[in-house]
Design a protein. Sequence first.
Length: 149
Amino acid sequence: MNFLASSQAEPLDAAGGLSQRFLRSFMAQVEDWYDVCRRLSLWEDRRLIDEPSTEDFSEHARILEELERTGRWVALVTQNEDFPDAATAELVAMTLKDIADRRALWHRTMTPEQREKVLSSMALQELLHAFLLRFSASVNQSVACGLPC
């Protein structure tokens, strides 16, 4: 059945709300990506803190690469001037920065001072991420219900 030609008598209202449906779907994908990024801390605690193996570091580098690649895809949308959710755009940007910091922390030589600064920054970012995620979820719920943001 040809969707556009299904009924010439009806106005083409099938596109009504299309951007909202796309946004809802996209936001679910952003949340999936962000959840994996947050769980990375637990993985690092289990695998990299005490006696990490070469394989652990290789796996960690692979995970970071996948998260960063996916995050760059997400950022292509969230950094667009038409993207309607500034909080989510900021969350994505901060999470990509966090991934870069993790790479520097675990896979490059850092001075103890640099390491401490990054760890402190990551702790603050995690608190802010949690806040932004809750805020974004409430905005998304408003969008899903048809309420103004």
